[in-house]
Design a protein around this ligand. Structure first.
Ligand SMILES: NC(=O)c1ccc[n+]([C@@H]2O[C@H](COP(=O)([O-])OP(=O)(O)OC[C@H]3O[C@@H](n4cnc5c(N)ncnc54)[C@H](O)[C@@H]3O)[C@@H](O)[C@H]2O)c1
Length: 399
């Protein structure tokens, strides 16, 4: 047990503790017996979580959350003072890019300026948010001349499956001092099967390279899809033929929208860090972000879109979750509407009063476009005579 901290204190306070990264992490720590405080500014989510409910989909998280709330291992707080009561302060707030795709580093530093009064040198401060390289050093400068313990422990989970992955994935640990690295390693040893210690620069690049690598892999698949489609060949069949018994092609992804709050953002952070000299990253962005336009341009060859009803099946950015952040389904819908198309949206998990059911969407639409391959769509029948744009190949009978 780590708890040797102040009376009525916490082992860990997670700032941004009700977010997609902070909340599952807090739940998993609490499940291991630590006293965890989830500090956030979102009153609505705080109410939901206090009642033992998850504000978004994370598989297997809710029973652990409920138990931790009942056992008083997990506290929800909207009061920044909870930061001063913890031995470990983990920061998991969002780190977006601006409208020019540059990281909003200043906003992150202003946040530290804001919470500075609650921090002390006997705490270990762990940055969990994905940061622009050298941000930890800037935080140290901002906090001033003292023996601060600042570590960087990037999150590498896949959204929706954090509870499993937090217990399975090795944890990268880096820091600005030996003590910070030692303390952060001790904390993460409670949940992680392996600690990988790296330099700060290595950890920063591990995180950004990982997301850029995935984003580029998806772009390769999407470019192949477009080439095959223009050539009148089914990419999905090519992919299956490539992979069958041929290990070297095993990791080639399906085509599909590469979206969400991390992949593009982190690829652009990396580009920005490298003085905008990241041709592959930019090419990946052009391809992935251009895929909705490709689909619409292709439909325009066969349909007068102003007289066509198109349904987008799946509005979340990823299969089987309810998060719509930066989903390309919306971009697709906007382009279609620009051409005067009557567009229907549907999703199994994301809630919106303007959405229709998947059955109604299929019934009403002349063309059905799969926006995201939620598992439930796989078993559905699309009546003859309706065109289906199915990048992921989920409606294909033979796989
Ligand atoms: N979502 C993912 O799958 C994922 C994976 C790895 C890394 N990351 C990184 O983790 C970070 C957080 O991402 P996320 O998806 O959890 O974002 P999120 O928006 O889901 O969560 C951020 C939380 O921080 C809270 N917050 C904002 N400002 C605050 C403040 N001043 N004080 C207290 N709380 C505050 C918000 O209310 C929200 O609950 C980002 O840097 C992201 O790039 C995300």
């Amino acid at each position: 047990m780590l708890n040797e901290n102040k009376e009525n204190g916490f082992d860990v306070t997670i700032v941004g503790g009700l977010g997609h990264v902070g909340l599952p992490l807090g739940i998993v720590f609490a499940d291991k017996g630590l006293n965890v405080c989830l500090c956030d500014i979102d009153e609505k989510k705080a109410e939901i979580v206090k009642n033992g409910k998850m504000p978004f989909i994370e598989y297997n998280a809710e029973p652990l959350l409920k138990k931790a709330i009942e056992n008083r291992k997990l506290t929800v707080s909207l009061d920044q003072n909870s930061i001063s009561k913890a031995k470990y302060v983990i920061v998991a707030i969002g780190t977006p890019v601006d409208e020019y795709l540059n990281p909003k580093t200043r906003q992150f530093l202003e946040f530290f300026d804001d919470i500075k009064k609650y921090l002390s040198t006997d705490q270990t401060i762990i940055i969990r948010s994905t940061i622009y390289p050298k941000t930890c050093e800037q935080i140290l400068n901002l906090l001033g001349d003292a023996d601060w313990n600042i570590a960087y422990c990037p999150e590498r989970i896949i959204q929706g499956y954090s509870v499993k992955e937090l217990n399975d994935l090795p944890q990268i640990v880096a820091g600005l001092s030996e003590k910070a690295i030692e303390n952060a390693s001790k904390l993460f040893s409670v949940i992680s099967p392996k600690i990988i210690k790296t330099s700060l620069g290595e950890a920063e690049l591990v995180k950004l390279f990982s997301n850029a690598w995935r984003y580029i892999q998806f772009a390769v698949a999407n470019q192949f899809y477009m080439i095959a489609h223009n050539f009148g060949v089914d990419y999905d069949k090519v992919r299956h033929a490539m992979k069958e018994g041929y290990e070297r092609a095993a990791t080639l992804p399906t085509a599909g929208f590469a979206a969400g709050p991390c992949l593009l953002k982190d690829t652009m952070q990396l580009s920005s860090f490298n003085s905008n000299n990241f041709m592959l990253g930019h090419a990946a962005m052009m391809i992935n972000e251009g895929l909705p336009n490709f689909i619409v341009d292709d439909l325009r060859k066969r349909y007068d879109l102003s007289k066509t009803k198109v349904g987008i099946l799946g509005m979340a950015f990823k299969a089987d979750i309810d998060d719509i952040r930066d989903s390309l389904s919306y971009k697709l819908g906007k382009i279609l509407r620009f051409h005067g198309t009557n567009v229907y949206y549907s999703d199994e998990f994301a809630k919106d009063p303007t959405f229709v059911t998947k059955e109604k969407l299929i019934e009403e639409s002349d063309v059905v476009i799969v926006g995201v391959p939620h598992s439930v769509y796989g078993g559905m029948d699309i009546p003859d005579g309706k065109e289906v744009v199915d990048l992921w190949g989920i409606f294909k009978k033979e796989k």
